[in-house]
Design a protein around this ligand. Structure first.
Ligand code: NAP
Length: 337
């Protein structure tokens, strides 16, 4: 059971943590963390359903990494569109494959918007894509996960340090820490002119953080509501600062240049896409990560060789009353409430 990446190549240890391979659906697998998670999972025998906005891009990215076509299924989804999410679920079921694990990874980060973009349902696009699309996908696929006979069914959601005020990165007030306030934006239906879950004025960078806070809240609430009954392991993770993924493509060009350098040479917190992918794969497949309700981290200043630990979450992410309210309102917003 290898849980540390101590070798020179971060994927070299991937096969070592294989429990029993199965089928996993990864959203946003066409680049960055999701693509390299796909690589690591395929490397230890899993079949990966790459659920991507652009399947041609996903296929080309997988081919460029030399991933065998037979280990992959390509399905199209726009997570910002609830109808498209429903279509993905139908398409997955039509493949006849069981679903043994689900990784909610796709995200958009749009920090320079002056005005909010809207999803087809009229919701602010960061929250719609990162949280609401995944929330609906999870609700619909829970029954598929429950049907799986895999000995360790898992649902994994990507969180982040900047949405957890228990950590230094979550205290940075630029533009503001993650905070859903009294959820009055969600309560009022979250459509124009409302842009934020809190109902407060639009801050695009904060919209991303709020959506990631919702991701971590969802994991905690899934664990509280469903782990005991279903046996599914629900967990989130912070894969590290993967400063050179396309996530930052909508930031200032200068930031895109300086940020990876800063994380590599000043903070030492930089994590490669390859290593971040292995971390996701571990949370999916390594028996050492079969801890429901855990938020995994490898710390902020660690490179390869780091060991995972369960990171404490802020009250905003772990308070059961906030979580229950966020869950119920999210159900309504995705049309299930
Ligand atoms: P990335 O390379 O930009 O990957 C994001 C993926 O999401 C891409 O495949 C993208 O597809 C997809 N996506 C975006 N909008 C979509 C939509 N509407 N429908 C379907 N797919 C969509 O970024 P990344 O850094 O790997 O981020 C992956 C996850 O890690 C995110 O959840 C992020 O919050 C989390 N994370 C990242 C970091 C970091 O430092 N990078 C740190 C902590 C957490 P397209 O190619 O079509 O755009």
């Amino acid at each position: 059971m290898a849980t540390e990446q101590t070798s020179a190549s971060p994927t070299a240890g991937a096969a070592a943590f294989t429990a029993q391979p199965g089928t996993v659906l990864v959203t946003g697998a066409s680049s960055g963390v999701g693509l390299y998670a796909t690589k690591a999972l395929v490397g230890c025998g899993w079949h990966v359903v790459m659920a991507c906005r652009d399947t041609a891009k996903a296929r080309a990215a997988a081919t460029a990494l030399g991933l065998p076509e037979a280990s992959l299924t390509h399905l199209q989804v726009d997570l910002g569109d609830l109808d498209s999410v429903r279509g993905l679920v139908q398409a997955l079921r039509a493949t006849g494959r069981p679903l043994d694990a689900l990784v909610c990874n796709a995200a958009v980060y749009l920090p320079l918007l002056k005005q909010p973009l809207r999803s087809p349902q009229g919701y602010e696009l960061s929250m719609a894509t990162n949280h609401l699309g995944h929330f609906l996908l999870i609700q619909l696929l829970l029954e598929d996960l429950q049907r799986s006979t895999h000995p360790s069914r898992r649902l994994v959601i990507l969180g982040t340090v900047t949405a957890n005020s228990k950590e230094l990165g979550g205290k940075i007030p630029i533009p503001a820490p993650a905070d859903l306030g009294d959820l009055s934006g969600f309560k009022a239906g979250f459509k124009a002119p409302i842009t934020m879950a809190s109902g407060k004025p639009f801050k695009p960078g904060k919209a991303y953080k709020d959506s990631k806070l919702c991701n971590m809240i969802t994991t905690q609430e899934l664990h509280r509501r469903l782990h005991e009954r279903t046996g599914i392991v629900f967990s989130s993770l912070y894969p590290g600062c993967v400063a050179d993924t396309p996530l930052f493509r909508n930031s200032y060009p200068l930031f895109q240049k300086i940020f990876p350098w800063f994380q590599k040479t000043i903070t030492g917190g930089y994590v490669s896409q390859e290593l971040a992918g292995v971390r996701v794969a571990q949370v999916v497949a390594d028996p050492a990560f079969a801890v429901s309700g855990a938020h995994w981290s490898w710390g902020n200043r660690q490179k390869q060789g780091g060991k995972q630990f369960v990171q404490e979450l802020s009250e905003k992410a772990s308070d059961p009353a906030i979580a229950a309210q966020t869950w119920d309102l999210s159900l309504q917003l995705v049309g299930l409430g």
